[in-house]
Ligand binder design. Sequence first.
Ligand code: NAD
Length: 255
Amino acid sequence: MSRLNGKTAIITGAAQGMGAMTARVFIEQGANVVIADILEEKGQALADELGEKARFVKLDITDPEQWEAAVAVAEAMGPLNILVNNAGILVFKPIIEQSMEDFNKVLNINLTGCYNGIRAVIEPMKRAGSGSIVNISSIDGLQAKNSLSAYAASKWGMRGLTKSAAIELGHHKIRVNTVHPGGIDTNMHSTNGEANEEANAFYKNHALPRVGLPVEVANMSAFLASDDASYSTGSEFCVDGGWNAGMALDFLPKS
Ligand code: NAD
């Protein structure tokens, strides 16, 4: 498939996990990709493996100046049409045990980092003539769990930010959407990053009773980044095995 031919993308948090898989899928579909991350060794190794259409840039998304450098590298590859704000951190802490520093750190990376990215690509995307910004939120941007106050606030915040940006930028042909993954088998999910029976067992009462795969999220991002999604903006796209629909109750019959 070549639906991303001629497009250049910045993908944050792309040294590993979902971001790395998104870089692979985007390149397979024809895009040039800037792999942006704080993990230099892993990011550079992935760029070397992916070849000519990939470049690694060290980017801490909380720093607006570093965004300028990442954008310059992308624009040297081609018109910058795509940003995937994928970098993020997950911290489990009950409110009562959470310091302001803990709380602000999560907000600063997950939400302010995403804002910095949107801000950095507006002029380049105007120059490119159109753009698609894909913000990787979470199932926890649609619901929440205990010990996730900072993470859920950041991921809900990304939704509001996305809608506001979509309304502001639509007339420049820049679309902005959120993707809401459920449980996806990466380091963030399971610490070992490998699909396993234990991971699947947790999802046994979901519509699709298994953990999700990074490629399933990457495919959604590729769709939103492409012109196939030309009339979609300011919206939420779930890749959650039906988690947000509800759960099967064991004491009620199934078909
Ligand atoms: P991961 O931990 O494997 O990857 C996250 C990447 O973000 C890492 O490479 C990390 O170095 C990078 N990163 C962290 N802070 C950064 C910063 N300040 N600047 C630049 N890069 C930074 O996790 P993943 O599972 O691949 O998660 C990707 C995204 O998907 C995250 O936003 C996460 O919240 C979201 N998500 C994950 C799941 C899941 O189950 N894995 C579910 C829902 C949403």
